[in-house]
Design a protein around this ligand. Structure first.
Ligand code: ADP
Ligand code: MG
Length: 342
């Protein structure tokens, strides 16, 4: 039986980002589309060019292959074998992604931690059986959490006893990067991938204009706060409005865990979008900046000039790096405060 600590549970698999495209594009180049449900989300892939259909079929296969490696629920995946056995031989992709993710855990001063899985499970985010755990249970589980308990040696990944790896914060970004490379190898110069909150653009639109990606209002689905014009970039959003529940205390508990407290992040930020060249980096950092909160996120951004960000706090105040401002068009009543970098 579900514990009675929930007044409402919500799962919105639709994206936090909206992709705008006009009909005129398809006149200038052949458009091919494919929708895929993978990694617990809807993905939509759109490519232009002659090889489009073949490229999309290959992309779908690749997404399914990577899901088969990174899934935390499929007992045969690399991640599950690590978690069940404590140590496992894994594919090159898994070793590469875990190595990269461990780097981001360190770089973000553990705002990102790929070992929060036992906490995520206890809060009910893995099975939809949401509840607020007792403090003692959280404290107990925190002792098994810590990315420093994960080691990658050649193709063997080991996790500390009682610990578990979850690549939910980075898998879609890595997959997006892989698909962009694959499409380029197939000769595709123009494509847009929307992997449930992770948008990745290959080149520009076929008409030569940039892709336009809207950041959704975190409390009003369908309304767009601002629109970013991008080319050859990843745009990744983490928010507290996709997977969350409202506890009996009336508070919102989201699926991003603060590794320091063992509780859903409650940093004051409700939406974080990161824009950059690397999907996996944007994915890792959108989750991490969400946990950090505005002040810490702003100081992190001071030393990471290769990425841009749009931070939205619970008062709907919007903070943007200068690079984000340069490619953004604000909607209606929204204004932004610029995060200046020295
Ligand atoms: P989404 O998957 O909804 O696009 P994120 O990229 O922000 O959102 O990833 C959230 C997922 O990452 C969670 O569902 C969980 O699997 C995992 N996770 C939650 N908190 C953390 C954290 N602090 N560090 C690393 N992974 C996390
Ligand atoms: Mg992420």
């Amino acid at each position: 039986m579900r514990k009675k600590t929930i007044t409402g549970a919500f799962l919105c698999i639709a994206a936090a980002l909206t992709v705008f495209s006009s009909c005129s594009e398809s006149k200038s180049a052949q458009e091919h589309k494919k929708d895929v449900f993978a990694m617990d989300t809807y993905m939509s892939l759109k490519v232009y060019g002659e090889n489009g259909k073949e490229a999309l079929d290959a992309a779908e296969k690749e997404i399914q292959r990577l899901e088969g490696l990174f899934s935390v629920t499929d007992g045969k995946s690399d991640v599950s074998r690590i978690n069940l056995q404590g140590s496992a031989q894994v594919s090159e992709d898994t070793a590469e992604l875990i190595t990269a993710a461990l780097g981001y855990c360190k770089e973000t001063d553990v705002a990102l931690d790929i070992t929060v899985y036992p906490l995520l499970k206890e809060w009910g985010f893995t099975a939809g059986e949401y509840h607020i755990p007792d403090d003692a249970v959280i404290d107990g589980l925190l002792s098994s959490v810590g990315y420093d308990g994960v080691t990658v040696s050649d193709s063997t990944v080991t996790v500390r006893k009682g610990g578990a790896v979850d690549l939910g914060a980075v898998a879609k970004g890595y997959t997006g990067d892989r698909i962009c490379s694959l499409l380029k190898e197939k000769g595709i110069a123009s494509a847009l991938l929307n992997l449930g909150g992770n948008v990745q653009a290959v080149g520009k639109k076929p008409d030569g204009s940039p892709w336009r990606v809207g950041i959704e209002h975190p409390r009003d689905a369908g309304r767009v706060v601002c629109t970013l014009s991008v080319e050859d970039k990843a745009v990744v959003t983490s928010g507290d409005y996709e997977r969350y529940f409202i506890g009996e205390d009336g508070r919102r508990y989201c699926h991003i865990i603060d590794p320091e407290t063992g509780r859903p992040a409650d940093s004051g930020l409700i939406s974080v979008t990161v824009i950059g060249a690397s999907g996996v980096e944007c994915d890792a950092l959108s989750t991490a900046l969400f946990v950090m909160g505005r002040e810490r996120a702003e100081s992190f951004l001071q030393t990471h000039g290769n990425i841009d960000a749009v931070l939205i706090d619970r008062d709907m105040k919007i903070y943007m790096t200068e690079g984000a401002v340069a490619c953004a068009e604000m909607s209606g009543e929204y204004e932004n405060t610029v995060i200046k970098r020295q």
